[in-house]
Design a binder for this molecule. Structure first.
Ligand code: FES
Ligand code: FES
Length: 151
């Protein structure tokens, strides 16, 4: 089937298999490998994207469900010339180690700060509870979220 969707502000079309995930389509058909495929079971958050402004695991959404909708991936967060403030904060605080979790955490953090610019620690924990990191111990990720919120 053919789908037409807006990805990072640009209208895109692709021929897809009805059963394939949005994550697969983003990575393999639309050339956007930023969203990572770690578990592909909705457990790790490494594939987090915004679908019509809502944070979703792209591995749990069918590509067909994005037909006619608006998708923002980590590649679409910056303004083209520079990093998004959340990306800057992750770099500055050293919240990136292997980086596999980072795109999902950046998208989830951007979504959190969009709806709640001054989150409490508990609100940060709740918002990022679906995003697993095996490297950082989470403290530097917290530092990054607070730094980005402060800006
Ligand atoms: S790859 Fe989607 S939640 Fe892990
Ligand atoms: S930086 Fe390696 S999993 Fe988070």
């Amino acid at each position: 089937m053919k789908i037409s969707t807006t990805i990072n502000g640009e209208r895109q079309e692709a021929d897809i298999w009805e059963g394939e995930s949005l994550l697969f389509a983003l990575r393999e058909r639309f050339g956007l490998p930023g969203s990572k495929n770690a578990c592909e079971q909705g457990e790790c958050g490494s594939c987090s994207v915004l679908l019509d402004g809502e944070l979703v695991c792209a591995c749990l959404v069918l590509a067909a469900q994005a037909d006619g909708h608006d998708v923002v991936t980590v590649e679409g967060l910056g303004n083209g010339d520079g990093l998004h403030p959340v990306q800057d904060a992750f770099v500055e605080t050293g919240a990136v180690q292997c980086g596999f979790c980072t795109p999902g955490l950046v998208v989830a953090t951007a979504a959190l700060l969009e709806r709640n610019p001054d989150p409490t620690d508990d609100e940060i924990r709740e918002a990022l509870s679906g995003n697993l990191c095996r490297c950082t111990g989470y403290q530097k990720i917290f530092d990054a979220v607070r730094l980005a919120a402060g800006r």
